[in-house]
Design a binder for this molecule. Structure first.
Ligand SMILES: [Zn+2]
Length: 275
């Protein structure tokens, strides 16, 4: 699933184009993709977007009159593309906005399952919809991060991925961040020291910033991640082969030397079954 670096790179890329022309036609939308019906999509027609904002892993396109907001959540496989006038696009996109002058914004989703979503909301409804989200992870700072960690009791990998605690990080960047911070993915929030929290806050900014820079250059996963999905490849710091462990429906990747003092993390689900 795209996380902060990917979403923010797309936001920056789309911010100018979407405001260039008024909206001519909103839709069609796949029935599973459009999550709201009131106000109707046609309410967008004739209006103009103010640009693109981002909150956690969602993109928000407010209209410049302040009345409506188009909210887009790409989930795992959704992709947004801005097409110039006359540029060939997908035949049946999951969602489409046509602008005056012939440019289009299209949402496509690979695979049969339609999980990406589009909501047309009023600003009040947006607040309600996003009210559960925690503060943005990028530039959170050690002080605020320390407050979040202090009231929590679970493993760091789980905390980093929880959008209610901290918004914008998923499993891929949690792997990268914890490696950079030299912390075990299994470390408990109860045991982390102030020094480790400072290191974690620094690693969040360093890794998300690095990812954003690479995504803005159009780099693919392989050239962006250094730990995530790198099983058996040498750690970029110490050369130890990267290890993996399954945890909470996710596969965690980590360096056994840099992060866990040589220990191999156990698959907790498996050990529970064997007990
Ligand atoms: Zn290492």
């Amino acid at each position: 699933m795209p996380e902060f670096p990917e979403m923010e790179a797309w936001r920056r890329q789309l911010d100018d184009p979407v405001r260039a022309f008024p909206i001519q036609e909103a839709g069609p939308a796949h029935i599973a993709t459009l999550k709201t019906y009131d106000p109707p999509l046609s309410a967008l027609e004739g209006r103009r977007f103010e640009g693109v904002e981002r909150r956690a892993k969602r993109l928000l396109l407010p209209t410049d009159d302040g009345e409506l907001v188009l909210l887009v959540h790409l989930m795992t496989a959704g992709r947004l593309r801005y097409l110039r006038a006359g540029e060939a696009g997908p035949k049946t996109p999951a969602f489409r906005i046509a602008f005056e002058g012939g440019t289009r914004l299209v949402l496509t989703e690979a695979g049969a399952k339609k999980r990406a979503g589009v909501w047309l909301l009023t600003p009040d409804q947006v607040e309600e919809e996003l009210g559960h989200l925690g503060p943005e992870a990028y530039r959170i700072g050690a002080k605020r991060l320390g407050e979040i960690v202090a009231v929590d009791s679970r493993r760091l990998h789980s905390l980093l991925r929880d959008q209610r605690a901290l918004a914008g990080i998923g499993r891929a960047w949690a792997n990268e961040i914890l490696h950079r911070a030299q912390l075990s993915p299994y470390a408990s929030t109860k045991d982390v020291t102030p020094e480790q929290i400072a290191r974690l806050a620094g690693a969040i900014d360093a890794e998300l910033g690095r990812g954003l820079e690479l995504r803005e250059l159009g780099k693919k996963d392989k050239e962006t991640y250094r730990v995530h999905k790198k099983l058996g490849e040498p750690c970029y710091v110490c050369g130890t082969p990267i290890a993996q462990v399954d945890f909470e429906q996710h596969t965690i990747f980590y360096c056994p030397k840099c992060q866990t003092a040589g220990r191999t993390l156990k698959d907790r689900r498996l050990s529970r079954l064997l007990r």
